[in-house]
Design a protein around this ligand. Structure first.
Ligand code: FAD
Length: 379
């Protein structure tokens, strides 16, 4: 069965909902297709103790402030899920789920969106599928290999890395951020946490009291000052984009501030001396890891907090992807396909677009451009 909607939004997480809010305000007809069974996008699947890195009011989508969570200055993921479910209901956003989009194709004047439950024809598509669904694992040498995984290794699809030689030599449990839930699963175990970003720091802090923790990072952890949180990250990202847009010197944006927001559990573990980072090991060995000087650490598990890539495989039929898997964009619009917009994946689709507070503005721009494309009046 093929249905028609002037606009199809792919993904019903925060980015898809923000797009829906602005499309609705402009009086456009649209549908949101979401692969999840229930509302909340990736926030439904994070580890139990995850804290937002900004207070509630600074983690809000357009139109409705996130209410504070009692007793928590930085709300947890459960609170975000409740907020998103309420947001969706409040604005009566037309979300169909679970519907997985398999591919977007050119079909004359229209785009055809193939799903696991029929197809849609649309004049414009907004892709808002996030990154959680494409965890990234760097290539790591096993016994006999050499060298630390470098940036050049980034971009290796997950299955190749897991299936490749080297990893299996370890023999213990290996998981990515997306599979980690709670320190209860690792009580008394020797665990190596890899990664110096917010996920690595939060998961290391989560494990520090219960597991025998080794935390490894490619460079020494860089904490933001304790009084700086996601609000400052948002301001820095916005200032950077503004500078670049105006041809001024790159301010360095978020990267100039540091990597890790010292949310209360991270700060506490750090201040208790439980978060001591070691440099990246050079290889996996049976039952552990080994550094360049021959030192070894035994481990029952390695948790790879090594980031994500944009989940864009459904756009492959459009043949738009360049190097590193990104699609060239002008604002949110795909440079080579004016009927397609991308929302929420990272700064390349709008400053701070991959944050709750940051996605509102690019969502509004995408909706306005689509209204213009469709010849609809904008308010
Ligand atoms: P998602 O939440 O991933 O939603 C995308 C939706 O699209 C999902 O429901 C998915 O099932 C669906 N989908 C995917 N593929 C398809 C398909 N082919 N067909 C149909 N549906 C599909 N941001 C903040 O503002 N504050 C924070 O504190 C913060 N902390 C973070 C902590 C972690 C560990 C991570 C990973 C991110 C954090 N972020 C934070 C960043 C960002 O807010 C989240 O990543 C957020 O989930 C992104 O929302 P999204 O809607 O773009 O993507």
């Amino acid at each position: 069965m093929t249905r028609t909607s002037p606009v199809v939004v792919i993904g019903g997480g925060q980015s898809g909902l923000a797009a829906g809010y602005h499309l609705r305000r402009l009086g456009l007809e649209f549908v949101i297709l979401d692969a999840q069974v229930t509302a909340g996008g990736a926030w439904q699947h994070t580890w139990d103790s995850l804290h937002l890195f900004s207070p509630a009011a600074y983690s809000s989508l357009p139109g409705r402030l996130m209410p504070p969570q009692a007793g928590r200055p930085y709300p947890d993921a459960r609170h975000v899920v409740e907020y998103l479910a309420d947001y969706e209901k409040r604005y009566e956003l037309p979300v169909e789920r679970p519907v997985r989009v398999l591919g977007v194709h050119r079909d004359g004047e229209l785009l055809r969106v193939e799903t696991d439950s029929g197809a849609w024809r649309a004049r414009a598509v907004i892709s808002a599928t996030g990154t959680w669904w494409r965890p990234f694992l760097p290539a790591v040498p096993g016994r006999g290999g050499s060298g630390v995984p470098g940036r050049r290794d980034f971009g290796v699809p997950r299955r190749e890395v897991f299936g490749g030689p080297g990893r299996e030599v370890f023999g213990g449990r290996q998981l990515h951020t997306v599979e980690y839930r709670s320190p209860r699963d690792f009580a008394g175990r020797r665990v190596i946490v890899v990664g110096g970003g917010n996920s690595g720091a939060q998961i290391a802090a989560d494990l520090a009291a219960d597991a025998e923790l080794t935390w490894v990072t490619q460079r020494p952890p860089r904490y933001l000052a304790d009084d700086i949180d996601g609000r400052a990250l948002f301001d820095a990202a916005t200032a950077r984009r503004r500078a670049l847009d105006q041809g001024r010197t790159d301010t360095g944006g978020v990267a100039s501030l540091g990597d890790i927001v010292a949310v209360p559990p991270v700060r506490e573990a750090r201040d208790r001396g439980l978060l001591k980072a070691r440099p990246m090991f050079t290889r996996l060995v049976p039952g552990g890891v080994e550094w360049a000087d021959g030192a070894r650490a035994a481990a029952d598990a390695v948790i790879w907090c090594t980031g994500f890539r944009p989940a864009l495989s459904h756009l492959a039929p459009l043949r738009l992807r360049g190097r590193r898997g990104h699609i060239t964009t002008v604002g949110t619009r795909a440079a080579d396909e004016p009927r397609l917009h991308l929302l929420g994946y990272g700064d390349w689709t709008g400053p701070a677009s991959a944050t709750l507070i940051g996605v509102g503005r690019p969502a509004r721009e995408a909706a306005r451009e689509i209204a213009a494309l469709l010849g609809a009046p904008t308010r």
